[in-house]
Design a protein around this ligand. Sequence first.
Ligand SMILES: *Cc1c(COP(=O)(O)O)cnc(C)c1O
Length: 374
Amino acid sequence: MKEQPISLSSPDIAEADVQAVLPVLRGGRLSIGPHIESFEAAVARRAGRKHGIGVNSGTSGLHLCVRALGIGDGDEVVTTPFSFIATTNCLLFERAKPVFVDIDPENYNVDPTALEAAITPRTKAILPVEVFGNTAHFDTYERIAARRGLAMIEDCCEALGGFLGARPAGSFGNCGVFAFYPNKQITTGEGGLIVTDDDRLADLCRSMRNQGRDTSAWLSHARLGYNYRLSEINAALGEAQMRRLDEILAKRRAVAEMYHQALADLEEVGLPPMAQPKQASWFVYVIRLADRFSRSDRDAAMEHLRKAGIGCNPYFVPIHLQPYVMELLGTREGDFPVTERVAARTIALPFFANLTERDVGRVRQELGKAIAKC
Ligand SMILES: *Cc1c(COP(=O)(O)O)cnc(C)c1O
C-alpha cells in the first residue's frame, strides 16, 4: 500500500474555529466590526502591548510600520538577508535602503555586533526578524536601537506567543508585526497584526489601513492610505484561534520534541536551535546538514524526500540572492557567507500541530536514506 503524502504544513482548524466563523457569515457585518477589535485586543495582550491593529497580511503590517515611522527615500534600515522577502519589500515600497548584515550561525538571527557596525548617520531604523520563532538577541537589538537613537520594527511574524526571558514576542522596539498565513502558528487564512505602545503610531496605522481615513469623519481622508483591512470573517477565525494559542503551541512543541528525539542519532543533521525551549513558539522545523554537504547534496536529499511523499523546502533562499534584489541593490554571492553557508544546507521538514509520531518516524527513515545517498 502506498503511503499518504505528508505535507510541509497544515493549519490546525478545530470545530470550535469553524463554529466561530459561521455566525459572522449569518450576521451580515463582514468588515471592521466587533471581531477585529476583539482579535486585536487578544494579540496585543499576548504581546504585552497597548494597541493592536489588524491588517490583511504581515507584509501590509510591516509596510504600515515603515510609513508610520517616517522611513522613506534613501533612509537606511539595517536588516537581515536570512528572512522571508517581505522584510525587504516593505522597505523598498518606500524607497528606503535595506542594509543587510550577516547572521549569528547559532540561532540564525541577525548578528548584533554586525548590526551595530552597519549603523551610519543615514540609518533610521533596524528591522530584525525572529527567524523560525527564535527570540534570541531581541533584548540586545532593542538596547542598540535605544543607544543609537534608532527606531526598531520587530518582524515577529514567525514568533507569536514566544518569549525571551519574561518578554513576549512583539514587545520589542517601537512596534511588532505578526502574520497569519495558513503555515503560521495560528491562521486567519490571510492576515497580519501590528502591535505597539505608541498611540500616535497606532492611530496612523489604523488610518492608513483604511484609505487614510480620518477617524472622526466619514469619507474624509487625512492622508494617503491603503486598503489593508482584515475582514470580520478572517478576524473571527483569528479570535477563535487565539483562544487555542497555548494549546496549539504546546502541540507544536511536542512535535518539535518528537523530531529532536527521532533525529538525535543522525550525526550529520544539525537540529534547530531555540532560545527558550519550554516557552518556544515553533514556526517551522528546519534542520541543517553538516558543512561537508553541498547545496546540490541538499537539493538531492529534498528530491528524495519529495519522491517519498514528504513535503520539504529550503528555508530561506537568501534575500540578497533573489534575482531582482541583486539587480536593484547590486548584491552578490559571497556577500554574507554565514547566511549563504546556512541557507545552502537547510531543509524544512513537515511541521504542524497535528503531525503524528508515525509521520515523524517516516520522515526520519527517509531522511536517513536521503543523507546516506549523498
Ligand atoms: C510570514 C512572514 C511575513 C508576512 O507574510 P504575509 O504572507 O505577508 O502575511 C513577514 N515576515 C516573515 C519573516 C514571515 O515569515
